[in-house]
Design a protein around this ligand. Structure first.
Ligand SMILES: [Mn+2]
Length: 356
């Protein structure tokens, strides 16, 4: 048993006859520290990682407080879980109905007999929403590596480079400056491609007068960073300058409003109302931001659909944008830690328009 498994059992108010079966790798990592394949069983009596030969040594090193059990021959993961449940008197198992495939669930029902199946209803993800000090320090470090990579990229951007090259330069820089991996696929979108919020970097070559959007992040110690900047490569058009200022104002107003106790929807509205009031209604079609941590997108969200109240030590992105098909786009994104009386910015490069 670890602090986090104890917290999970407490938050779900589970009895000695109930347990949680975890397949989602992010949830397994959060509860145990284990990063390999397999599954995790959490009960009051036993916490176990069930895996195969490739990962048993790793699991023992990464997850003190967990029993590590190995599949052998025809004895499957689920069969071992079934034996554990039977010997510990488990009659109810909570499972991730938003993650487990139909086929895996069939295997569960076949091998883990005599238990009632209930949805875990996102209980682990709920615990993950508020970060502890160690998690915050890992996210802060991921954000530092990410911001530094952007600063180092700027003087190296040359006319004729492709979006793909620019993405690779950022990724190479992060990976050679301490990142353990990439938090997600890097987005670089130049010129008219900037109107695609999730553009895939392609063979387009940057030209004078283009705006270029970079949306990228390092991962560090299992935690993600997320930042976006749009820069001007040469002098931008008057319209794009105007659009940039509107997005910048929206970003700053919304970020300044972030604090524990605020409603997520209201933060979204601050940026959205500003952008719409300037004549760009319909050109900011995504939510203002999201939480991040082990996964790049976690709850809560800054969106009209999320009425959650912000809590201290949640980590949120604030990323308004304006997208003009055929012309281009602007997005500015910072990651911040929610504090009781405001927020702490983790993404340090300037938000002011950079003209190269
Ligand atoms: Mn983001």
């Amino acid at each position: 048993m670890t602090e986090r498994t104890k917290k999970l059992l407490e938050s779900m108010q589970l009895s000695a006859h109930e347990g949680v079966l975890v397949y989602n790798p992010s949830n397994m990592f959060y509860l145990s520290g284990y990063t390999g394949e397999g599954l995790v069983l959490v009960t009051h009596q036993v916490c176990a990682i069930i895996t195969d030969f490739r990962y048993t040594e790793q699991a023992e090193n990464q997850a003190p407080g967990f029993e590590v059990l190995m599949v052998e021959g025809k004895r499957s993961h689920e069969a071992i879980a079934g034996e554990l449940c039977a010997s510990n008197g488990i009659d109810t198992l909570y499972y991730e109905d938003d993650y487990v495939t139909v086929r895996t669930f069939e295997k569960c029902r076949k091998n883990i007999a005599g238990v009632e199946w209930k949805s875990v209803a996102g209980a682990v993800e709920k615990l993950r929403e508020v970060k502890d000090e160690h998690e915050l320090s890992l996210i802060a470090e991921a954000c530092r590596i990410t911001g530094d990579a952007f600063e180092r990229l700027l003087p190296n951007i040359k006319e004729g480079m492709t979006e793909k090259e620019l993405a690779l330069m950022l990724e190479f820089d992060m990976l050679t400056h301490g990142a353990s991996g990439l938090a997600f696929s890097t987005i670089t979108a130049a010129g008219a491609n900037g109107s695609l919020p999730h553009a895939v970097p392609g063979s387009y070559k940057v030209r004078r007068g283009d705006m270029i959007t970079f949306d990228f992040g390092a991962s560090f110690g299992g935690y993600c960073a997320d930042m976006t900047r749009t820069i001007a490569f040469g002098n931008p058009s008057d319209e794009m300058r105007k659009v940039y200022q509107i997005v910048l104002d929206a970003q700053m107003m919304a970020q300044d409003a972030v604090a524990a106790g605020k409603c997520c929807r209201d933060i979204d509205s601050i940026a959205r109302d500003h952008i719409y009031s300037k004549g760009y209604e319909g050109r900011f079609g995504h939510g203002l931001g999201h939480s991040l941590g082990i996964d790049i997108h976690e709850n809560p969200r800054f969106s009209q659909a999320c009425s959650d109240t912000l809590k201290a030590n949640q980590v949120m992105t604030v990323e308004p944008g304006i997208y003009l098909p055929g012309i281009g786009g602007v997005r500015i994104e910072n990651s911040v830690i929610v504090l009781e009386d405001g927020c702490k910015q983790l993404t340090m490069p300037t938000r002011e328009l950079i003209i190269l």
